[in-house]
Ligand binder design. Structure first.
Ligand SMILES: O=C(CO)[C@@H](O)[C@H](O)[C@H](O)[C@H](O)COP(=O)(O)O
Ligand SMILES: O=C[C@H](O)COP(=O)(O)O
Length: 959
């Protein structure tokens, strides 16, 4: 084309006629979405796009283009700030690449590229660069992508590797011609390696990005300083003549090298196989000095086989008044002179370009960090609002250990790994399959209509009660909701049955009208003994009143898909069948249907509860800085303190939310109490003076802001002042318990990781279930339980221990063994760091509770040890795990009795009383097998009399 034709064209378009491709040094979402990019491609002949960290920083922080997308990404807990940035950047790069695809096809892969840079923090890390480049290449998934890698000593070997793998590379931050030689060499070597492996070298493209204007900016500034101090006119003339010339001279000489490097036999061999040259690309071509022509770094660098990536303002200016003309190969001698004169004037090009590289790296790192901080802020603003306030006071060494652990979580990207369900955070087994609870809130919020219709049905059906039949994780959340929310007007009253004690079953039966009660059979496995026999019992009761069909209508099953309970429910025609999530274990299932369906049925505002939970879910996201992640911080405290002997997590909760402790007990004990390690939760122990506590405690105060207890407030203050570690959680109102379910689940998972165990299994609960099953099966066959022989029978009370421990007690009890002596010998086992647990297989009523509470406090205040209290068989599905599998620091007093009145289990030979006895024995047997210090007191059939005798004996033993 003759120059007159070219000058008549759009100057930008005319660049093509000189063999130069113009790319745009800019990207932003609206550029693509508005159609502007397409217009530039069609009208101006734009052939590519380059991006860098500074460009994305400006795009994402300086526009509203990404606001919505960033907000939406705020929900992605598996993404940290970098992940969110990448997600958005990749979307833009893909969209731009798709628009440029026709250019790529038309130019046979010579043009049509979009560049995406690896993190500037990897500029000194060959391996990191390689990994990230490959990852980005795969994530973008477009052939017309170029990965930008800086021309650092560590970047260059990565370039060889990437080219040899067929990945297009844009080599960035090039200033020095000597470095350029290494870059071209890297490209050639990469191609040769690809060819040697039989790869197609014709599919790989690369550009070497020379930074132009920055050289003038740097050189001119030194020249200006020199001019200020120079008194020599010749020198002044020399210095002035160099102003605004060095960058272009440097580029012209680099282009000469390009022509030399991509000629000759080595290159010809590759060219024959279809290889494309690695073009030089002029970058940083916006004019910085207003005294210079605004299109100077375009006009002066036009030459065949080159690319100029131009920022938008320069692009517009060139379109407006650019003078396209081939100049790159003109004045080569003058360019060489310029470089010589520069050295003569005492300016070292090597020093200058070295410094520019360092500064360039720093500028990109700074831009990248600003960008990530902005993305993080966005997530944080969402995440922190409305989170239940928490604080902690730890003695200095413990605080330091917790901070060190948090640092490790941050360094190891562990929160991100947790959200990514990476089992290597725990024992590397199947933990990744048990993290469904991480996403349950979001799933539930997406199906709120289920809860709305359950609530409507319960309200309109005229039901008076909704009775949950289930154990442990399937019953404890409903139990918390029952006491926390009470009876909601217009809805049935929530009741929970989680005991085989015949008296307790009878109490419930007396409370309800079977015809107007909804029965919620909750069992994840669908194979747990207790809910199955409760169902048999109550189905029988209801059907006798309203017939089998009507009875079934009143039953709702909540279970995992495919369980035996599902079959039962379907066969009998239950009113509803709701499913659990197989990847959520029982104690992590509060926010799943196991907790939320009973809540809805009894009029609890489930959307509100879930929305509150979601606040905590967001706050625990991996984008939140570790020190501000409420679940992580709590988990680190639990895990670190447990490792330092403070493994008795003492739960204090305001009266309005006191039952939360029972749920929490299960979560902590079952999750961590195994392999001889574990946290021992201490619930419902009344606050004492600092002197009754040892150095094995961590206090957690869950304070209901709308109904605090003054005595608790004071007691916690006193404990903190006495140097005890204290965590405080402020729950604004009852619905904010939704947050606590999630916080504690997250914290427990974190603590499990720190303690090096699997927080999602419960091997020792299973063990006692097996023994119980053996005993009940034997009963079915024989009609009796195996006989037992007590080692003491006094005043109608009998004592049992396993032979080994029995001998120890006998030796200590002395020559005249009595109830008191044995109890004393047993209690004397308690040493600092031990805990005392009452395992009461009694009707869980107010009188028994008061009696047992008084006893535990006597033991605590006398022996200064932590104390636990559990009603059997309820605790078997909860703290029972830690008692058997956790640290061997428990001293157990099991209390059993004869049942005053028993109840039959329909269709079985055994009764509820027999089941309860078998459960107590199963518990005893497994504890004994584990070598635990365990004494069983059997009260006989007159429980009040037995308790009175036991009380006297205990008083004496403690005296
Ligand atoms: O490296 C490439 C293209 O390969 C460019 O995106 C390059 O980063 C930019 O042109 C420069 O960072 C812009 O520099 P400057 O105009 O701010 O000095
Ligand atoms: O904590 C869970 C209990 O052991 C009950 O298990 P389940 O829900 O499978 O019946």
């Amino acid at each position: 084309m003759d120059p007159s034709q070219a000058s008549a064209m759009n100057p930008v378009r005319a660049l093509q006629t000189f063999g130069q491709s113009v790319w745009l040094d800019y990207i932003r979402r609206s550029l693509i979405a508005s159609g502007e990019l397409q217009r530039l491609i069609v009208d101006d002949g734009l052939r590519g796009i380059t991006s860098n960290p500074a460009i994305f920083e400006k795009a994402m922080t300086g526009s509203t283009d990404y606001q919505q997308a960033l907000q939406a990404l705020g929900r992605r807990r598996d993404l940290d700030a970098k992940g969110r940035y990448e997600q958005l950047a990749i979307e833009d790069i893909q969209a731009a690449a798709d628009l440029l695809q026709p250019v790529y096809a038309r130019t046979k892969r010579r043009d049509g590229y979009v560049s995406l840079e690896v993190s500037p923090h990897l500029a000194r890390d060959t391996r990191g660069t390689l990994e990230e480049a490959r990852r980005l290449w795969d994530a973008v998934g477009r052939d017309n992508l170029m990965i930008k890698v800086p021309a650092t000593p560590e970047g260059i070997p990565a370039i060889v590797q990437l080219i040899s793998k067929g990945i297009n590379v844009n080599v960035t931050l090039l200033f020095a011609q000597e470095t350029y030689e290494l870059v071209a060499e890297a490209y050639l070597t990469g191609l040769e390696q690809l060819a040697a492996r039989g790869g197609d070298v014709g599919i790989v493209a690369s550009v070497a990005s020379f930074f132009i204007s920055r050289i003038d900016t740097a050189v001119d500034s030194v020249l200006a300083t020199r001019l200020k101090i120079s008194t020599n006119e010749t020198e002044q003339a020399l210095l002035k003549s160099l102003q605004g010339t060095v960058a272009i001279a440097n580029a012209k000489l680099a282009y000469q090298r390009y022509r030399r490097l991509f000629s000759g036999p080595r290159w010809e061999a590759l060219a024959k196989r279809g290889a494309m040259t690695q073009r030089v690309l002029w970058a940083s071509t916006g004019t910085k000095n207003p005294a210079y022509r605004d299109v100077m770094y375009v006009e002066e660098l036009i030459g065949s086989d080159t690319v100029n990536t131009v920022p938008p303002a320069t692009f517009e200016a060139f379109r407006d008044h650019g003078r396209p003309q081939s100049r790159l190969t003109e004045g080569i001698e003058e360019a060489a002179d310029t470089m010589r004169l520069l050295e003569r004037a005492g300016l070292s090009m090597k020093e200058m370009t070295d410094r520019l590289l360092q500064e360039g790296l720093q500028l990109f790192r700074d831009a990248f960090d600003t960008l990530l901080t902005a993305v993080e802020q966005q997530g944080k603003a969402d995440a922190s609002s409305g989170v239940n306030h928490y604080s902690y006071a730890l003695p200095t060494p413990l605080a330091a250990a917790v901070h060190a652990s948090l640092k490790e979580w941050s360094g190891g990207n562990k929160v991100r790994r947790l959200w990514a369900r990476d089992p290597s955070l725990w024992t590397g087994k199947d933990e990744g399959r048990w993290l469904g609870w991480l996403g349950i809130t979001e799933d539930q919020l997406a199906q709120l209509h289920v809860f709305t219709s359950l609530a409507e049905e319960a309200a309109q059906g005229g039901f008076t009660h909704a009775l949950v039949l289930g154990m442990g994780g399937s019953s404890l959340c409903p139990d918390v909701l029952k006491t926390t929310f009470g009876v909601r007007e217009g809805y049935p009253e929530l009741l929970v049955l989680d005991s085989t004690d015949p008296a307790q079953i009878k109490t419930i039966e007396r409370k309800i009208n079977p015809a107007t009660t909804l029965f919620i059979v909750s069992s994840k496995s669908g194979g747990t003994l207790e809910p199955n026999i409760f169902t048999q019992y109550f189905f029988d009761v209801v059907q006798r009143q309203v017939g089998a069909k009507e009875a079934a209508r009143r039953f709702i099953a909540i279970t995992d898909p495919g369980s035996a309970l599902q079959q039962t429910a379907q066969a009998a025609g239950f009113g509803h069948l709701l499913f659990g999530v197989p990847s959520i274990g029982g104690r992590y299932s509060a926010l799943s249907n196991f907790g939320m369906a009973p809540a809805a049925l009894t009029g609890v505002d489930v959307p509100r509860l879930l929305n509150r939970a979601e606040i905590m879910v967001q706050a625990c996201a991996s984008s939140v800085p570790v020190e501000e992640n409420p679940g992580l911080v709590l988990g680190a405290i639990l895990g670190v303190l447990a490792g330092q002997g403070r493994d008795k997590v003492t739960i204090m909760a305001s009266p309005g939310v006191a039952s939360f402790g029972a749920w929490l007990e299960q979560l902590l004990a079952e999750s961590t109490g195994k392999e001889g390690k574990g946290i021992i939760p201490v619930d419902r122990e009344a606050a004492g003076t600092p002197s009754v506590y040892g150095a094995d405690r961590l206090f957690v105060y869950i304070r209901l802001q709308s109904g605090p207890d003054k005595h608790q407030d004071d007691a916690v203050d006193t404990l903190e002042q006495a140097g005890q570690p204290v965590v405080r959680i402020a729950v604004a109102d009852r619905y904010d318990l939704g947050q606590e379910f999630f916080r504690w689940e997250f914290a427990t998972a974190v603590a499990g990781s720190i303690m090096g165990l699997n927080p999602f299994n419960q091997p020792d609960v299973e063990a006692s279930k097996i023994v119980t099953k053996q005993l009940t099966s034997a009963y079915e066959r024989t009609g009796t339980l195996p006989p037992e022989s007590p080692f003491l029978d006094a005043q109608g009370i009998t004592l049992y221990a396993d032979p080994v421990y029995g001998e120890i007690l006998t030796a200590v009890a002395g020559p005249s063994p009595s109830l008191t002596n044995y109890l004393s010998a047993h209690l004397n086992q308690l040493a600092a760091g031990d805990y005392f647990a009452l395992l009461a297989y009694l009707d869980m009523n107010g009188a028994h509770e008061a009696w047992l509470q008084a006893l535990r406090h006597r033991v605590r205040d006398t022996k200064r040890v932590a104390t636990c209290l559990g009603f059997g068989p309820r605790f078997l599905h909860s703290t029972g795990q830690a008692y058997k599998g956790g640290p061997d620091s428990g001293v157990f007093l099991q209390i059993t009795c004869e049942n005053a009145a028993d109840l039959p289990v329909p269709g079985q030979r055994y009764t509820f009383g027999i089941v309860k006895a078998a459960q107590a024995r199963g518990d005893f047997q497994v504890l004994a097998e584990r070598g635990r210090r365990l004494l069983r007191v059997h009260l006989g059939d007159d429980v009040p009399a037995g308790l009175a005798i036991l009380k006297r004996a205990m008083e004496q033993a403690l005296a």
